[in-house]
Write a protein that binds this ligand. Structure first.
Ligand SMILES: Cc1ncc(COP(=O)(O)O)c(C=O)c1O
Length: 421
């Protein structure tokens, strides 16, 4: 009786989920049930090992910086996203400590319940000012900012057009939204334009892209993307994770770099790379931010950013604005490295950012190159599938690298030897 009462009183959309187990019965013969339902995990790990895709952590000791201790050995750090060298800066550390003393360690609840502090709003206003946007919303990570923004903006009746090299958080946000997702070839605006001709079949269309591609170092063609978005009445979401603090005259990112700060778009980013803290944000119109506060599940249903992280990010934004010499030094280092990078043994992928990648023929070769670099005192791990389609060594330049660090890197790179039969 309880069952029928449930069915009769159930709205039609829930009925489908009640009935669906019967509909899911497959016509093919049932598969044998494994004696151990967890055994497949071992088999899967073995496959990962065989492909040279296995990953493990390396322990970093002490504060982050241009030099770090990895597994007990001091090495030059070319693996960090701390582009301006702020993650170990005393001013961020002191801001974090002071906020912890004043407000405690945890935010105790979501922003809409007990977690909202004046400090969060101060940070949002500082981000909006840096980004020259009307408002901003701080999330607990950049990953959550992408999930939250995308799932709030589009749903089942909508279309997402996504660059094939986008970060995992954009890709997973797209899947989670339930929209139809089509990936376009990397930075291929002709194909994107073609795909946009299908836009009329959908309620809304959202184009999503990294601005600096995190595993390649090249930039999206932002002005063209904006023109296309306007032509086809589509929204554009740009992930400025690797651009904030790095690109543009004031460090606002690629939107500033391309002179597009006055155009309508949605900017997402992280506080964990050049800003040396933790957390993410969305910046855009006041209406967009107001809407996200009401509709972004990864903002509504998670604990607010900790006081320490919030205060450290706020201190970092002030430094980005007040110390343009850091950014100048970063770019001088990038130029110095590029100048010396004409290496016959390694192919440098096109880059317009502090991320420089050397393509290698296989995952095993990339692992071997990483090992040889580490033996020469350089920390620059291999990046392999499935993170990227082809294996590579990824170098991240920092403002705090000294000339001698770059010289040592070039020497180590030029002596890499990859054995092939
Ligand atoms: C392009 C891009 N977007 C988003 C993120 C996620 O940011 P967070 O580390 O703050 O979650 C990253 C971090 O690796 C990234 O590279």
């Amino acid at each position: 009786m309880g069952h029928w009462a449930l069915v009769i009183g159930t709205p039609p959309h829930l009925l489908i989920s009640l009935i669906s187990p019967c509909l899911l019965v497959s016509p093919s013969p049932p598969l044998p049930m494994p004696p151990n339902p967890y055994a497949w995990i071992n088999e899967s790990l073995a496959t990962i090992h065989r492909a040279d895709w296995y990953r493990s952590v390396q322990t970093i000791h002490g504060r982050p910086g241009a030099m770090v201790i990895v597994d007990g050995r001091e090495v030059i750090n070319f693996a960090s996203n701390d582009y301006l060298g702020l993650a170990g800066d005393d001013r961020l550390v002191e801001a974090g400590v002071a906020a912890t003393k004043q407000f405690g360690t945890g935010s105790t609840g979501s922003r809409l319940l007990s977690g909202h502090r004046e400090l969060h709003r101060e940070l949002e206003q500082a981000i909006a000012e840096l980004k020259q946007s009307e408002d901003a919303l701080v999330f607990s990570s950049g990953y959550l900012a992408n999930l939250g923004a995308i799932t709030a903006l589009v749903g089942k009746r909508d279309l997402i057009l996504s660059d094939e090299y986008n970060h995992s958080s954009l890709k997973n946000g797209a899947i989670l939204s339930g929209a139809t997702v089509i990936e376009y070839p990397h930075c291929d605006v002709a194909t994107l334009k073609n795909l946009l001709s299908q836009r009329q079949n959908y309620r809304r269309c959202l184009i999503i892209t990294d601005s600096v591609f995190s595993m390649d170092g090249d930039l999206c063609p932002l002005p063209t993307l904006l023109n296309l978005a306007e032509e086809f009445s589509s929204m554009l979401l740009v992930d400025e994770a690797h651009a904030t603090g790095v690109m543009g005259k004031t460090g606002a990112g690629c939107v500033e770099h391309f002179g597009c700060s006055d155009r309508q778009l949605i900017q997402v980013g992280t506080l964990s790379k050049a800003l040396g803290s933790l957390g993410g944000y969305v910046a855009g119109s006041a209406t967009l931010i107001d809407f996200l506060r009401n509709r972004a599940p990864s903002w509504i249903y998670t604990t607010a950013l900790s006081p320490a992280d919030t205060a450290a990010a706020l201190a970092a934004i002030k430094i980005v604005q007040q110390e343009p010499q850091r950014r100048r030094q970063l770019w001088a280092n990038v130029d110095e490295l590029k100048k010396s990078m004409q290496l016959p043994n390694l192919k440098l992928l096109p880059s317009e950012s502090p991320i420089l990648c050397f393509q290698l023929p296989s995952a095993a070769a990339a692992l071997e190159a990483g090992k040889q670099l580490k033996a020469s005192g350089i920390f620059a791990p291999a990046i392999r599938p499935p993170t990227v389609p082809t294996s590579r060594i990824r170098i991240c330049v920092m403002a705090t690298h000294e000339l001698v660090h770059i010289q040592k890197l070039v020497k180590a790179l030029s002596s890499i030897y990859i054995y092939s039969d």
